[in-house]
Design a protein around this ligand. Structure first.
Ligand code: FMN
Ligand SMILES: CCCCCCC(=O)C(=O)O
Length: 366
């Protein structure tokens, strides 16, 4: 890869140099002042690791599982839209990278490759991320296509009744990303012809159903046998509701800080969400994970595994499938070293006592 990057930040820089400005801005950007975008990363840096010594770390085993599926490490690929804007092979390259790294890929509803193309391209375990459209028939059809193509779970994104205010996209007049999944189902023509700011925003706001609510999980359950995860949970109250309506997992996420600015960094609410549902279902987290130490901290605070969004896109942009593999491999290498240096030979050995949060430091002063 150009520049021989040694960490994810450097891969982002390679991607920035490869991508047209409109697309780099779309991938990188967050909502409004990007306060939460910075917080997602900074909040990890306020957590300290408490290493333990004189523990046999000659063999580090990062293997883990989620919903019964084995993972080589507790790191999954988050759903992100439009991978062909980053690389001509799009989500097919991403799925192959996930398969090569023995992890799960969550394919976005707004993917540029179809459900069928991704399914036939590799043997990765795949989950399908769902937006519920005003045209429920379209969402239902995509769920059925995913189910018949062997996807193993539905990830319902709950934080996007409308699209967040992404000012770079407004300035750049971001295009409405074409999702091949919607070919023959929806037309983009009216949107492409329209003047104004972000066409992606216009398209999303015209198509996504803002009336979606908790009772609709019943509808979703009625159209699929797959386990359902809810993505976009940031409070104990919503986590408990998710458990009540019978989901199989929760994803603590603020959509990579692209929706509502000034919501908390995901790592800062993870522990209370996990405690609030008392182990009823497994919890994943995404947002700002850029180092193996971030993965370690997330596990210590109760996540079953993490998901990564932008770094995968940057890897793709920098070097296609190989670039996405490099991203996952870099994080795995960093996690492996972190576990060795912290005295944790297996993922199960990573405990709450291995980290110190700002709240812990405050309490210790009282
Ligand atoms: C360019 C981009 C596109 C995204 N598209 C989707 C999407 O289609 N569906 C979804 O649920 N989340 C989407 N997300 C949010 C990610 O799933 C994830 O929550 C976020 O990227 C995690 O933060 P990180 O990028 O800091 O790792 C997108 C994020 C980005 C950056
Ligand atoms: C219905 C199209 C919405 C695409 C939004 C993709 C996304 O979630 C993101 O950019 O963030």
């Amino acid at each position: 890869m150009a520049g021989d990057p040694t960490n994810l930040k450097e891969i982002e820089e390679v991607a920035r140099q490869c991508l047209p400005k409109m697309f780099y801005d779309f991938f990188r950007g967050g909502a409004e002042d990007e306060f939460t975008l910075r917080e997602n990363v900074d909040a990890f840096q306020r957590i300290r690791i408490n290493p333990r010594v004189l523990i046999d770390v000659s063999n580090i085993n990062m293997s883990s599982s989620f919903l019964g599926f084995n993972l080589s490490a507790p790191i999954l690929v988050a759903p992100t839209s439009g991978h062909k804007l980053a690389h001509p092979q799009g989500e097919v390259a991403t799925a192959r990278a996930a398969a090569a790294c023995n992890t799960i890929m969550v394919q976005s509803f707004s993917s540029s490759c179809t459900i069928e193309e991704v399914a036939s391209s590799c043997n990765a375990v795949r989950f399908f991320q769902l937006y519920v459209y005003k045209r429920r028939d379209i969402s239902a059809l995509l769920v059925q296509r995913a189910e018949s193509c062997g996807f193993k779970a539905i990830v319902l994104t709950a934080d996007t009744p409308r699209i967040g205010r992404r000012e770079a996209d407004i300035k750049n007049k971001m295009i409405a990303i074409k999702s091949s999944n919607l070919d023959g189902l929806l037309s983009y023509d009216a949107i492409s012809a329209r003047d104004g700011g972000s066409k992606l925003e216009t398209f999303a706001n015209e198509t996504i159903d803002p009336s979606l609510c908790w009772k609709d999980i019943g509808w979703l359950k009625s159209i699929t046998k797959l386990p359902i995860l809810i993505k976009g949970i940031l409070s104990v109250e919503d986590a408990r509701k998710a458990v009540e309506v019978g989901v199989s997992g929760i994803i603590v996420s603020n959509h990579g800080a692209r929706q509502l600015d000034h919501v908390p960094a995901t790592i800062s609410v993870l522990e209370e969400v996990v405690k609030g549902i008392d182990g009823a279902v497994p919890v994943l987290i995404d947002g700002g994970i850029r180092r193996g130490t971030d993965v370690f901290k997330s596990i210590a605070l109760g996540a079953k595994a993490v998901m990564i969004g932008r770094p995968i896109i940057y890897g793709l942009a920098a070097n296609g499938e190989e670039g996405a593999i490099k991203v996952i491999q870099m994080l795995k290498n960093e996690l492996e070293l972190t576990m060795a240096l912290a005295g944790c030979p297996t993922v199960k050995d990573i405990t709450r006592s291995h980290v110190q949060t700002p709240t812990d430091r405050f309490r210790s002063l009282l």
